[in-house]
Design a protein around this ligand. Structure first.
Ligand code: FE2
Ligand code: FE2
Length: 140
């Protein structure tokens, strides 16, 4: 997400990105059901790229400021990111081997939803409030 640091409401932008990721999850499960490996590969690449970008954007633009106020929350979110990347790696291998691992995909999606709702309740709210107070200071 280019120029993310200029976002007036970073939390809202990341929430929209969660919605976009939800559409990719649906696309991936549909591809698994269809059983066409070109489709599975395309959906997988779409998810892998979208999710890695999302995690990195949070780590670069949300976690640093949040860490000062809520260090434990950031440590736990960061730990969840590491777990998500680990599962992404496992599923990527399964896709390379043409193994139908829709169980792993469903487990990943459930984890992602739990992670998203955790971010929604603190990290994203914090990011929006911090951006709003920066904007208020810069207009004085
Ligand atoms: Fe996250
Ligand atoms: Fe997120």
């Amino acid at each position: 997400m280019k120029d993310f640091h200029r976002e007036p409401r970073p939390g809202a932008t990341l929430r929209n990105d969660h919605d976009r990721l939800e559409r990719i999850y649906a696309e991936l499960l549909e591809s698994f059901r269809g059983g066409d490996w070109d489709d599975v590969r395309a959906s997988w690449d779409h998810l892998d790229q979208g999710l890695r970008d999302h995690l990195l954007t949070e780590e670069q633009h949300v976690f640093p400021a949040l860490r000062a106020a809520h260090p434990r929350e950031v440590a736990e979110l960061q730990h969840e990111h590491a777990e998500l990347r680990r599962v992404l790696g496992e599923l990527g291998v399964a896709v390379d081997l043409h193994m139908v691992r829709d169980d792993l995909a469903v487990a990943l999606i459930e984890r992602l939803r739990a992670h998203a709702s955790r971010e929604d309740s603190l990290a994203y709210r914090f990011a929006d409030e911090a951006a709003a107070s920066r904007a208020a200071r810069s207009t004085v």
